[in-house]
Design a protein around this ligand. Structure first.
Ligand SMILES: Cc1cc2nc3c(=O)[nH]c(=O)nc-3n(C[C@H](O)[C@H](O)[C@H](O)COP(=O)(O)OP(=O)(O)OC[C@H]3O[C@@H](n4cnc5c(N)ncnc54)[C@H](O)[C@@H]3O)c2cc1C
Length: 431
């Protein structure tokens, strides 16, 4: 037992510090609940800002929020939950430190008791078992990933500037391949074209015509959440910005500097960004609960976000939300928008009612918000309540940076960065 939790308070354990877990940990009423957060990550990633961070538009610090805060007396444990005993109401955990040898960390396994558990472990990257992807591709899920991409971009340009480098090698180094035609892949391509066209043509004039960005997708279209006309608009906009979109492209193998596709054979690259495919975490795989059978395996809940057992009865002590969960019969998209709305719903349920499971609370209802994707050079597409494209879409996208960021400290940092970037260019050349 720990000093944070008095006996009269219910112990709410939250698994994960992503959009869902972070929001919940900061919204639950600490006079009513003792909140214990278990996650390997001490910070939450503001994922919509990651493509910008990877291209040096913002400092990486802006895209993460620490889970520990002076003003919130929650308990945080840096660990991974390996199993959940729903009968005993116990989480099995092991410490999450990469330098702890596996055997040592197994020795340090421990249990966390809960009265209510909220499961929000998100998803992990899916490489579709294509050889070489895990070893050589860069992902874009965390701030650490974004920093790695940023460092690689710097390295590519400096390598290509070495006098003895032949021209074909320069072109290979400056060829960026993005896999995935969803919002993440497209925004990464858009931010890269801005970086190349606005900043790098001046910083590296000798490499001006050698930079190239292409997006590979297995599908015959990009941005599947959008209408056909906006998909077409986005494709044209990308083409205007010299982003090549390769439809129906099947990648079969990846090496340190080439990809191989069924359609085109070997293609050399300097940076490969894998922005496609999510799969369920080992924790979700291990749970003996009802899960969706189509697409990715997600924990199924009722409309009040309570976990359904295998026999579809409701477990009133376990809740699930975020990308790892879905409401039975609903099929909501795995987005931060949905995760946050569900978190707000649960916060309301928990804080308003003495025992959220007994009260006849209203079911969760998703409010469709606008969906914005940037396509580069102050252009983009917006869907949702209203559909539009062009400069207005860019404005919505940039102001979205402020909306997504939850703390005032970071909102101010973003505004300062905008001014500095406008005045003196982005900071990437100086890192
Ligand atoms: C580049 C990018 C851009 C995006 N842009 C948008 C956007 O503009 N709009 C939008 O709505 N959505 C966007 N998304 C999607 C959005 O980020 C996800 O929907 C959201 O992160 C889901 O939140 P989550 O809390 O379920 O999971 P995550 O944010 O993935 O967090 C999961 C957390 O659980 C932890 N965890 C995992 N396993 C365990 C375990 N066994 N024990 C304890 N902790 C564990 C993880 O370490 C992590 O802290 C974007 C995603 C990416 C990658």
């Amino acid at each position: 037992m720990d000093h944070h939790c008095h006996h009269h308070k219910e112990r709410v354990a939250i698994i994960g510090t992503g959009w869902a877990g972070y929001a919940l940990s900061h919204g639950l009423d600490l006079n009513k609940y003792c909140v214990i957060v278990v996650s390997p990550d001490t910070t939450s990633n503001m994922t919509p800002l990651l493509a910008s961070v990877a291209c040096g538009l913002f400092d990486f610090r802006i895209a993460q929020e620490p889970i520990r805060r002076k003003s919130r007396d929650i308990k945080y444990i840096k660990a991974c939950v390996t199993h959940i005993d729903f009968e005993e109401k116990m989480l099995g955990c092991h410490p999450a430190f990469s330098h702890l040898a596996m055997t040592e960390s197994r020795d340090r396994e421990f249990g966390v008791h809960y009265d209510k558990v909220v499961i929000a472990p998100g998803t992990i990257n899916n490489t579709f078992n294509i050889p070489g992807v895990a070893e050589h591709a860069y992902f874009l899920k965390t701030v650490r990933d974004a920093q790695a991409i940023r460092n690689r971009i710097s390295e590519m340009f400096e390598m290509a500037s070495i006098p003895a480098i032949p021209e074909d090698k320069q072109r290979q180094l400056l060829n960026v391949i993005i896999v995935g035609g969803g919002p993440t892949g497209i925004e990464m391509a858009a931010e890269l074209t801005d970086l190349f066209q606005y900043d790098y043509t001046q910083l590296y004039p000798h490499l001006r015509d050698k930079m190239r960005v292409s997006v590979h997708t297995v599908s015959h279209k990009i941005l599947s959440p959008y209408d056909a006309n906006l998909q077409e608009y986005a494709t044209q906009s990308l083409n205007r910005n010299n982003v090549w979109v390769k439809f129906d492209s099947h990648i079969t193998n990846v090496t340190a500097d080439t990809i191989e596709t069924e359609e085109e054979g070997r293609i050399g690259y300097g940076l490969l960004v894998w922005a496609t495919g999510d799969k369920s975490t080992p924790l979700v795989d291990s749970l003996d609960v009802s899960k969706s059978s189509h697409g990715m395996h997600r924990i199924l809940t009722d409309s009040r976000l309570r976990v359904l057992r295998k026999d579809n009865t409701v477990n009133t002590d376990a809740y699930a939300l975020g990308d790892a969960a879905d409401i039975d019969g609903k099929s909501l998209p795995p987005t931060a928008e949905v995760a946050l709305q569900k978190a707000d719903y649960l916060i309301h349920q928990f804080n308003t009612f003495p025992a959220p499971d007994i009260e006849p609370g209203v079911p969760f209802r998703y409010q469709q918000r606008q969906l914005v994707t940037y396509t580069g050079r102050k252009d983009g597409v917006v869907a949702g309540k209203k559909e539009y494209s062009g400069y207005g879409a860019w404005l919505s996208w940039r102001s979205g940076d402020l909306m997504w960021t939850r703390s005032w400290r970071r909102k101010i940092m973003i505004c300062m960065t905008w001014v500095l970037n406008w005045w003196g260019g982005r900071d990437i050349a100086r890192n």
